[in-house]
Design a protein around this ligand. Structure first.
Ligand SMILES: Nc1ncnc2c1ncn2[C@@H]1O[C@H](COP(=O)(O)OP(=O)(O)OP(=O)(O)O)[C@@H](O)[C@H]1O
Length: 673
């Protein structure tokens, strides 16, 4: 008799537990940031906050002007722009090319590049608080997707998760989080494909963009900015990317994107719209229905079955086909801007402020939970993560390594054939010097070119990661050096292994090993110099122009063409810092010391010591020359570190705007500037 109630209690408890679990699972579903189930968390493990905190970004009378040296305004990039982006909404900033979309997006993300010539004023608040005091996390998906090309999608995301999530997360929880992101962003089918680049085919452009979004979502941002997310994508991929952004908005994120001229199906996904022309707002409000009514009331009715995006683009673009058309369109745009301004003035900022106040209240009630506190690991932890990435990038880049290997062997075969089996005659002295100089130049040039070819792009990735505070520079540079060392050493070693026996250089195993050691040290120094060039040059093309030019100077003062004793006083420091000179000096000492030559005349060179005297390398040793080479390598590494540290992105400060007199916009003037 007592059994039945007990069974009933157990059944009820079981059903209740299952229901609760089901409800909790349902609640978790649909939230991007919620992935770790409570039962999987172990003691001390930290979960990512589950809900997306609603965030409103509001900006008021934002002005951005460019001034000349005398302080006169030469260009107005943004003119008294006001608006707001709301939680759960997808806001699109549209306008013709050069209308200020990217500038506005940068301002809203707090990432407008600092410049002494630019002045930025206005107000920017997040949930009613000044931007600078906000603790809400913002994500910015840039127009250019930059990744390590040899890593797979999953590896890229996993590494970003390891760098950005608190260290207290267990590996299993992190993997689940990454897997969830892969599902959400539609990246499961390409999860194990390498990202790729122009040389190696990898994932598609749309997948790259979604991977960029996924990487930004790791830190659970409340606000997502995306700069022209559909640029360069075909219609299908553009649609998928925009659908992803729309879903994120539906999940509670505040999503703001700039877009040029979307298709109708993409336009229909927008909740809110800002139309910009010459940096001024032509319209700001709901994208569907209201926008069309607004313009229809002003006498610009969008014809039926016409894509509103195309209609608006035509409406706010200047027509340059003739001077009359140009004048007429400028006039029309100026009127549209005035019409919007007067409408805004009538409405006042009432709505904006009331929302901001409520949002501030919700912040004060302790709802600010969306910030993931990144528990950055120490040096060793960062080093091992970055080492793994650098190792994969270096060793998997088969095409580059194959080309470098082929070039090393081919040049060794060519030089080997030219300097084939050198004897000990007097003329062989010049041949040996020529060969050693050529070996020094060839090694340095191939190491330099390889580095300057890839580093400027990698630098941009590192700078973005640095801006997020993912890791420090020192572990990054050391990990890169360690990971690349074996591969970088392999090519000069292969060169030496072929050219040395072919040319009959000083035939002893010890000398051969020393030869290989010298060219390897030189390759490291040239690579380090390439890093510095890559850190200075703004683009790969600039780096490719600068690197070899600089190296040419070091070649001229490399000890072969100009004897260091004859170097003009003003240039005497150059041979001392020339990596070619120290390599050539070390190679010459290694080759000539103790070598006897066939001497028929009294003025003939008897031995290698006499050759070294003529080259002014007499009192030196291989050890000394190699240590100078390594010092040069260290100098270039240090300089790269300093430059990367100094080049950290700096952003323009938003100054409070002074109360302005009624805003007078001069579209005609502005466009002539
Ligand atoms: N720091 C600056 N100094 C001078 N002019 C600038 C600066 N930054 C941007 N501009 C100019 O301001 C205008 C707006 O640039 P912005 O990149 O914001 O336009 P956009 O609407 O995003 O254009 P697109 O669709 O072509 O990317 C352009 O004419 C640009 O050349």
């Amino acid at each position: 008799m007592m059994v039945a109630p007990k069974v009933a209690t157990v059944v009820v408890a079981g059903v209740a537990a299952l229901t609760l679990r089901f409800v909790r699972r349902r609640r978790r579903r649909g939230r991007l940031t919620a992935v770790v189930e409570d039962e999987e968390l172990e003691a001390g493990e930290q979960a990512v906050p589950t809900a997306v905190v609603p965030v409103t970004v509001a900006w008021d009378r934002v002005e951005c002007v460019v001034r000349d040296k005398r302080g006169n305004v030469v260009k107005r990039l943004l003119q008294g722009v006001s608006g707001e982006a709301k939680a759960g909404k997808l806001l699109a900033i549209m306008g013709p090319s050069g209308s200020g979309k990217t500038t506005l997006l940068n301002v809203l993300a707090g990432q407008l590049a600092a410049s002494t010539r630019v002045r930025l004023t206005g107000s920017l608040t997040i949930n009613g608080r000044p931007f600078s005091q906000s603790k809400h996390r913002l994500a910015y998906v840039r127009q250019e997707d930059l990744f390590f090309s040899q890593l797979t999608v999953r590896e890229t995301l996993s590494l970003a998760a390891e760098l950005q999530l608190p260290k207290t997360w267990k590996a299993k929880a992190r993997e689940r989080y990454v897997q969830e992101l892969l599902y959400r962003l539609g990246l499961v089918t390409c999860a194990d494909t390498i990202v790729g680049d122009a040389k190696v085919r990898g994932i598609s452009g749309g997948e790259k963009k979604r991977l960029s979004i996924a990487c930004e979502l790791i830190a659970s941002p409340s606000v997502i900015f995306a700069d022209e997310p559909t640029t360069g994508l075909d219609a299908f991929q553009a649609e998928r990317v925009m659908e992803t952004l729309r879903k994120l908005a539906q999940e509670g994120h505040t999503v703001v994107c700039s877009i040029h001229q979307p298709r109708g199906s993409i336009y229909s996904k927008f909740d809110d719209l800002i139309l910009l022309s010459s940096g001024a707002v032509v319209y700001a409000g709901p994208a569907q229905g209201h926008a069309l009514t607004y313009f229809a009331d002003l006498g610009y009715k969008c014809p039926e079955h016409t894509n509103p995006a195309e209609y608006f683009a035509d409406l706010i673009s200047v027509d340059y086909s003739s001077s009359e058309n140009e004048g007429a369109t400028r006039q029309k745009i100026a009127e549209l801007v005035e019409a919007f301004l007067s409408k805004q003035k009538k409405k006042g900022n009432h709505l904006l402020m009331s929302y901001a106040d409520t949002a501030r209240d919700s912040d004060e009630e302790g709802m600010v939970q969306d910030t993931v506190m990144v528990n950055k690991g120490g040096f060793l932890w960062q080093f091992q993560l970055l080492l793994r990435r650098a190792w994969r990038q270096t060793t998997r880049d088969k095409s580059t390594n194959r080309v470098r290997g082929t070039m090393s062997i081919t040049s060794a075969l060519i030089f080997g054939s030219i300097f084939w089996r050198m004897g000990r005659s007097q003329t062989s002295v010049q041949d040996r010097m020529g060969l050693l100089q050529v070996a020094a130049i060839n090694t340095a040039m191939s190491a330099l070119t390889k580095t300057v070819n890839v580093f400027p792009k990698e630098r941009s990735i590192v700078q973005r990661e640095q801006a997020k505070g993912s890791y420090s520079l020192a572990p990054y540079l050391i990990a890169k050096l360690v990971a690349e060392a074996p591969v970088s050493a392999a090519f000069p070693l292969a060169f030496g292994a072929v050219v040395y026996p072919m040319t009959n250089l000083n035939p002893s195993l010890e000398r051969f090993l020393t030869f290989s050691g010298i060219v390897t040290a030189e390759a490291f120094a040239a690579s380090a110099m390439g890093l510095t060039v890559g850190a200075i040059a703004p683009t790969t093309e600039a780096a490719l122009a600068l690197g070899p030019s600089l190296m040419t100077v070091f070649i001229v003062f490399g000890g072969y063409y100009v004897n260091s004793e004859n170097t003009p006083a003003i240039f005497q420091w150059i041979p001392r810092v020339s990596l070619i000179r120290w390599a050539f000096q070390a190679l010459s000492i290694n080759e000539f010391k103790g070598l006897k030559f066939e001497a028929k005349n009294s003025f003939d060179l008897q031995d290698g010591e006499q050759v070294l005297e003529r080259l002014s390398f007499g009192g030196s040793s291989v050890k000394n020359a190699v240590s100078q080479e390594l010092r040069i390598a260290l100098f270039w590494y240090w300089l790269t570190y300093v430059l990367l540290k100094r080049n950290k992105a700096k952003y323009q400060v938003l100054e409070a705007s002074t109360p302005v007199s009624p805003h007078k916009l001069k579209i005609e003037e502005l466009d002539h500037e």
